[in-house]
Design a protein around this ligand. Structure first.
Ligand code: HEM
Length: 195
């Protein structure tokens, strides 16, 4: 569980989450993925996240947590942002009910800002925008900068039943098992938890 110490360990934490990528994406992630299609991407997302943070003090923390909840289920594919017509959405699962709307709003606003740029319109995956918005949330909160590799594909599957997230009553064995299932070590878990 992240407490106020989350900022101190965000560099390690975010790098680990970013490294998770998506097991379902075929693309090779790289920093310059949008260099020709959307050269101002990182500036656009940075400015948008700054605006979100000016509107709500909790938007940065909410966005980082949203990124963790997305990455832990089917990889970092923005599946948590999907709204299905049948109402069976990942974000609707009981484990996601304490996610704050400000995190979703931060990502939606960043996506709107990206798509407003004629060069970038509809060329950047929501998964990459979420990853960049999480990084900017860290940096704009006073945390360290880290490079985000890009080129994630957006997921198409989002179901409540696919959500498996750690609970507050998990003991160490259960926490270790959960993070191990994501390919992460106990050291990674401690860094991510920010305690
Ligand atoms: C280790 C297992 C984890 C558990 C059991 C856990 C659980 C929780 C719980 C219960 C809350 C409070 C939600 C509420 O407001 O009611 C919370 C908040 C938060 N968590 Fe975690 N968490 C875990 C790991 C992580 C990780 C890995 C990250 C990100 C790297 C993260 C980021 C956050 C943030 C930023 C908040 C505060 C923002 C908010 O409440 O919207 N957590 N977590």
């Amino acid at each position: 569980m992240a407490n106020l110490g989350w900022l101190a360990s965000l560099a390690a934490a975010a790098v680990v989450v970013v490294a998770l990528g998506s097991p379902f994406a075929a693309a090779q992630l790289r920093p310059g993925y949008y260099a020709s299609t959307c050269p101002n991407l990182e500036t656009i997302v940075r400015n948008s996240v700054r605006q979100s943070m000016a509107q709500s003090q909790i938007s940065a923390a909410a966005t980082l947590r949203l990124f963790f909840h997305d990455c832990a289920v089917r990889g970092c594919d923005a599946s948590i942002m999907i709204v299905n017509s049948n109402g069976d959405d990942e974000w609707g699962s009981p484990d996601d009910q304490s996610l704050k709307p400000q995190g979703f709003q931060t990502v939606l606003d960043a996506k709107a800002a990206v798509d407003k740029d004629p060069q970038c319109r509809y060329k950047v995956s929501c998964a990459d925008i979420l990853a960049l918005a999480a990084r900017e949330s860290v940096v704009q909160s006073g945390g360290p900068y880290y490079q985000v590799e890009l080129g994630r594909y957006d997921g198409k599957v989002s179901t409540k039943s696919s959500v498996v997230l750690p609970h507050v009553d998990f003991n160490l064995d259960k926490l270790n098992a959960f993070f191990s299932g994501l390919g992460l070590s106990q050291t990674d878990m401690i860094a991510l938890s920010g305690n």
